[in-house]
Ligand binder design. Structure first.
Ligand code: ZN
Length: 141
């Protein structure tokens, strides 16, 4: 498959093989009305294998979710069949309402209106901690 089949939309490229499904779920791509393709285990010279997601619409994607699940992805914006923008993501410093704190004693468990905020505390090890109770996030599972 190539990006030629998309006229206006987004291609998420260089997804670590196996993480495409997690991105699909966290980005709620299943709720979209447009065509969405998740292509798994595509051969890649650089990565061996990779996943690719193609979305046949110009939607707003959460860069936080993308960066959290896989900071190495590339987001290509396609307009009129041309790749007009190539965006690298990287690890977000802060995650708001992407993942939930699982500590039963955390204030976010009782205060339903509170946002679930996680802060990047260790860039190398990709460690995120809850802003309120400092519990460690489960990591990229
Ligand atoms: Zn917490």
């Amino acid at each position: 498959m190539n990006i030629d089949s998309i006229k206006n939309g987004i291609v998420i490229d260089h997804i670590t093989a196996g993480k495409g499904m997690e991105l699909y779920r966290l980005l709620s791509l299943g709720d979209l009305d447009c065509t969405v393709a998740l292509i798994k285990n595509v051969g890649s010279k650089k990565m061996g294998k990779k996943d690719i997601i193609k979305i046949d619409a110009d939607i707003d994607l959460s860069m936080d979710i993308l960066g959290y699940v896989d900071p190495n992805v590339t987001v290509n914006v396609i307009r009129e069949g041309k790749n007009v923008e190539k965006r690298r993501i990287g690890l977000p410093e802060r995650l708001t309402d992407v993942i939930k704190c699982k500590n039963p004693r955390c204030i976010t468990t009782t205060e339903q209106e509170l946002s679930h905020v996680f802060v990047l505390t260790d860039k190398k090890a990709h460690v995120y901690r809850c802003l309120y109770c400092e519990a460690k996030a489960d990591g990229n599972e």
